[in-house]
Design a protein. Structure first.
Lengths: 343, 380
């Protein structure tokens, strides 16, 4: 994409907060997400999600609507249109309604919280992110997670289970990443009680408040992680584990936070990792190189190359690493399998 | 218009304007807005696309400096730069017209001004004065770069003109951008919804009756032209389609069909289905309000939830539309008619216009219907 590079290029490529918020709100089961903006804003996300769903072979219809702002509302204000849209959304019997503001709504000064009354039919959660005026995609994700978490009940005295926070719902292999974390938690005798938010019923917010540990997807949801830590005194791990030693460290840290034997779990995982590396013996002595990849990915790639005996040099095929790096020992296996096909 | 639109399936005016411009090589397109607004048209149509990728402070304090920063280097390397407005800068009091230079074209079609078609037409209107070099020959009109039939329709229209010894002049929107672009004395369209008004319109190549009539008019203007090869083709194609449909109907019932698309395509395909296959057209959903009265019953519908409801109510055997409709009616036979066509490979040049377009369309319809019947009955 030949956009003009500038001194603050990366800041300019952060995407839209509406899409970020929608990536969270559309993952709440039975929810309806209402974008206060022109139809085109909702269409962009629907198109993205639709494309992803078709790619994954699970066609569906995202429950995303629009308040249909047109030139008239831009001139005279869009709150009456939003009120009418909200009223019509109740007919869809949603479990919860999210209202997300677009950049144009923010620019004309519409305050979406005005339409949220004391209606007890269904919870209505405003997310006044204001499109790109409120930040990029990640800002939208964090804001939606925080606004939703604020509706969780007070934590009970007895806590249990693990909460997975901020899965990337637009990631092609999001469920595969989750399953690996779930497996690792089982080594500690723990179960994941809530995926905040992926295919989550609204009622599962109670499990968020009562969790003993939060595992964040990665640093992009650190603001939401901090909110959970401050509000629910919920300790957290900052990211899904990656790499061989990274996965063992993850187990030890999780064990410490949960008050269980993380060392034993890490040792058991080490045995599995040895077994995995053994199945890639044929890679030993092969030669490859790394292309331009992010620093974190490079550390991961170097560890794998070192442990599997691949020689890294100036020539040989490029050994690519998926972005984001796949989680856990299962992720290591997937990447080594990919490299074996290349080499 | 309903108060809310659950699942809008039609892009905004800004995207439509970008789609039109993307057909013109040598023209740099700058989307004046955030990266969020930039990514979608970039994924839909591509082209020589750039963005100001505005930050929030540039909406508050003005984004003109940023616009100049992006446009200046492009202006040096391209024949011209088209700036397409998005919603936030359009209402924040900015005037991109302050950009100096004959090579700067401003398209004022922010998303809130309407749907894809409104933006497409706005870009057409804005560029129309540049098609001022009247040349002998025919302009092929109605080409939409976001359309799955974009390249196929262009190739088919050229082939028809060549077969009749009628000179080709230019295509809209396709070809090289120039400060003064060629406009044919006459024009034919491959999509009646997108007539630009460049050249004297002679008709359309969409459907057999339209092809016959258009060839008659064109040949009045080009005396050495010979319509016979194309008229023969139309007759042969009509016979082949009729024979294939008769054979189908000996074994299967006429399908109940639901058609979703732009008005011109919906009218053409629904007529083909009822004429040759005796199909019951249960519903026609249009992506936008038609530019001229629609021949038959149709409703403008861009709300995916309502589309799903209609499909549930009518239970069609056959659905023509986009991958949204395909997802909403997984049990129906499906033929692609409008964008997007996700989950399908479409790298070849398919036409909908012309004799080849009509033949290909009926191929797809009959094969899709037969596959569904075989699957449902278990018979080979």
């Amino acid at each position: 994409m030949p956009a003009i590079p500038t001194r603050c290029d990366s800041v300019r490529h952060v995407g839209c907060a509406v899409s970020g918020a929608l990536s969270v709100t559309t993952a709440v089961e039975g929810a309806f997400s209402l974008v206060h903006g022109p139809d085109g804003c909702s269409h962009q996300f629907i198109s993205l999600l639709h494309s992803l769903q078709m790619d994954q072979g699970r066609p569906g219809i995202p429950r995303v609507g629009s308040s249909r702002l047109s030139e008239r509302e831009i001139i005279f204000g869009g709150i009456p249109a939003l009120s009418r849209a909200l009223e019509s959304v109740f007919r869809h019997h949603p479990s919860v309604i999210f209202i997300i503001s677009s950049c144009i709504a923010e620019t004309i000064g519409d305050d979406i919280s005005e339409v949220v009354g004391d209606d007890s039919r269904v919870p209505v959660i405003p997310i006044p992110i204001g499109g790109f005026i409120g930040g990029g995609f990640a800002s939208g994700v964090n804001e939606a997670l925080i606004r939703l978490a604020a509706r969780a009940p007070a934590p009970p005295r007895e806590k249990s289970g693990v909460a997975v926070i901020g899965e990337k719902n637009l990631e092609f292999d999001a469920d595969a990443q989750y399953l690996e974390v779930k497996r690792l938690m089982s080594l500690l005798g723990q179960s994941v009680t809530v995926r905040f938010v992926r295919s989550m019923p609204y009622e599962s917010l109670v499990d968020l408040a009562s969790a003993r540990l939060a595992v964040l997807r990665d640093s992009s949801v650190q603001h939401a992680g901090k909110y959970l830590s401050d509000t629910f005194k919920l300790p957290s791990l900052p990211a899904f584990p990656t790499g061989l030693s990274g996965t063992r460290d993850f187990l030890e840290k999780a064990g410490n936070l949960l008050g269980c034997d993380g060392k034993a779990a890490a040792e058991k995982e080490h045995e599995l990792q040895e077994e995995v590396l053994g199945s890639f013996r044929s890679l030993k002595g092969k030669k490859g190189r790394f292309g331009p990849i992010p620093y974190e990915s490079l550390l991961f790639a170097k560890e794998l190359a070192n442990c599997s005996g691949i020689r890294i040099g100036g020539d040989g095929p490029v050994l690519s690493v998926p972005d984001p790096v796949p989680a856990g020992t299962a992720g290591v296996r997937r990447v080594l399998s990919h490299w074996r096909r290349i080499l | 218009m309903t108060p809310t639109c659950p699942g809008p399936v039609w892009p905004c005016a800004m995207t439509g304007a970008v789609a039109f411009l993307s057909g013109l090589k040598g023209l740099a397109i700058v989307i004046h807005g955030s990266s969020g607004c930039f990514y979608y048209p970039a994924s839909l149509v591509g082209g020589d696309l750039h963005g100001t990728l505005l930050l929030s402070e540039e909406v508050v304090f003005g984004g003109t400096d940023r616009l100049c920063e992006v446009v200046a280097p492009l202006s040096a390397t391209h024949r011209a730069v088209a700036v397409v407005q998005t919603c936030a800068p359009a209402v924040s009091g900015e005037d991109p017209a302050m950009l100096q230079g004959d090579d700067i074209i401003i398209i004022d079609s922010p998303g809130f001004t309407g749907g894809f078609d409104a933006g497409f037409r706005k870009a057409q209107e804005t560029l129309r004065p540049l098609f001022d070099r009247v040349c002998p020959g025919v302009t092929i009109d109605g080409l939409n770069p976001a359309d799955p039939f974009y390249r196929g329709n262009f190739l088919e229209a050229r082939r028809i003109l060549e077969s009749a010894d009628i000179p080709f002049c230019s295509a809209i929107s396709s070809g090289r951008f120039e400060a003064s672009m060629p406009a044919g004395e006459w024009s034919v369209t491959v999509n009646p919804d997108l007539v630009s008004g460049i050249g004297q319109p002679c008709g359309s190549f969409l459907g057999f009756p339209a092809i016959r009539e258009t060839m008659r008019i064109l040949c009045e203007h080009y005396s050495p032209a010979d319509p016979a090869p194309i008229l023969d083709e139309v007759e042969t194609a009509t016979g082949r389609i009729a024979a294939a449909c008769d054979k189908y109907l000996r074994r299967y019932d006429p399908p109940v069909a639901a058609v979703f698309g732009t008005a011109g395509y919906a009218a053409f395909t629904s007529t083909m289905l009822s004429t040759f296959l005796d199909a019951d057209i249960a519903f026609i959903g249009l992506r936008e309000d038609p530019v001229s009265p629609f021949p038959g019953h149709a409703r403008t519908l861009t709300d995916l939830e309502e589309i799903s409801h209609v499909l549930g109510e009518t239970s069609p055997d056959l659905v023509l539309g986009s991958s949204y409709e395909r997802a909403a009616a997984p049990g129906s036979a499906f033929v692609g008619l409008t964008f997007p066509q996700r989950g399908r490979v479409m790298i070849g040049s398919r036409a909908l216009a012309g004799t080849e377009g009509a033949l290909r369309f009926m191929d797809e319809v009959l094969n899709a219907c037969m596959d569904r019947c075989r699957k449902n009955t278990g018979f080979p």
